[in-house]
Design a protein around this ligand. Structure first.
Ligand code: DC
Length: 226
């Protein structure tokens, strides 16, 4: 009792394998894993379904009041609920990927999501992945990791992921989508993707999942051991 809860922030570009490392780490440490990108994806799904225009501030503000996002932790596939509906698969389509960067650049959307993310990290030990976790959401996180990988490797991983789920996409479409998201995510006005000064860079282009996990565990040993 009384010990401060631990926050591990993992940021980086799209399709760098952040969630995979974050999830494995959370499982190993028995922390709660929070995929903040899934939250922006759920908002995007809601906006698409309800035809919320991104220049309609009033409609956005009202919509945000009706959006309630929950995570069901510790299942093998982390479930995300949008107003009690399981949208875990619905938020992973190319259609959502094509719109999510624009939606997540909207100031009111970010304010609402950051608030929820900060709440999630208040009482429990968590591993959260995203773009601005170490810079804006938890600037005092206990450990910050900035993940990166070569654009070609990222596109290959994403393509394999989408086609395995039966999505009909070409490698070129995936490559373009990643470049487009990188550009918007890192140039937007509201908390753009950037490496926190005290973040440790993990380039996983040539590392498998086990090696990445081992690397992060070593960092935790060095930095967080009592
Ligand atoms: O991690 P992901 O690819 O599922 O994230 C989807 C989008 O959400 C990404 O293109 C940018 C946005 N995002 C963000 O702006 N801030 C975060 N903390 C997480 C994601």
């Amino acid at each position: 009792m009384g010990a401060k809860n631990i926050v591990i922030a993992i940021d980086g570009f799209s399709s760098c394998g952040k969630s995979t490392v974050a999830k494995a780490l959370a499982k190993k440490l028995n922390y709660v894993f929070v995929d903040s990108g899934a939250m922006y994806r759920a908002v995007t799904l809601y906006f698409l379904r309800n035809q919320i225009a991104l220049d309609d501030d009033q409609a956005i503000a009202e919509a945000l009041e009706h959006i309630h996002i929950d995570f069901i932790p510790n299942t093998d596939k982390t479930q995300i609920l949008l107003n009690n509906e399981d949208v875990s698969d619905a938020i992973r389509t190319m259609e959502i990927s094509e719109q999510v960067s624009e939606v997540s650049a909207v100031k009111a959307v970010r304010t609402a999501m950051v608030k929820q993310q900060q709440q999630l990290g208040k009482k429990r030990n968590i591993v959260m992945d995203g773009r601005d976790i170490g810079t804006t959401v938890f600037p005092k996180a206990d450990l910050k990791i900035f993940m990166t990988a070569s654009p070609q490797i990222r596109a290959e991983r994403r393509y394999a992921e989408l086609t395995a789920k039966g999505e009909n996409v070409t490698m070129e479409e995936v490559r373009e989508n990643l470049a487009h998201r990188d550009h918007i995510d890192s140039t937007r006005v509201e908390s753009p993707l950037r490496q926190a000064e005290d973040a440790i860079v993990l380039d996983n282009s040539d590392l498998n999942q086990e090696q990445q996990l081992l690397y992060v565990e070593q960092l935790i040993q060095e930095r967080l051991a009592p």
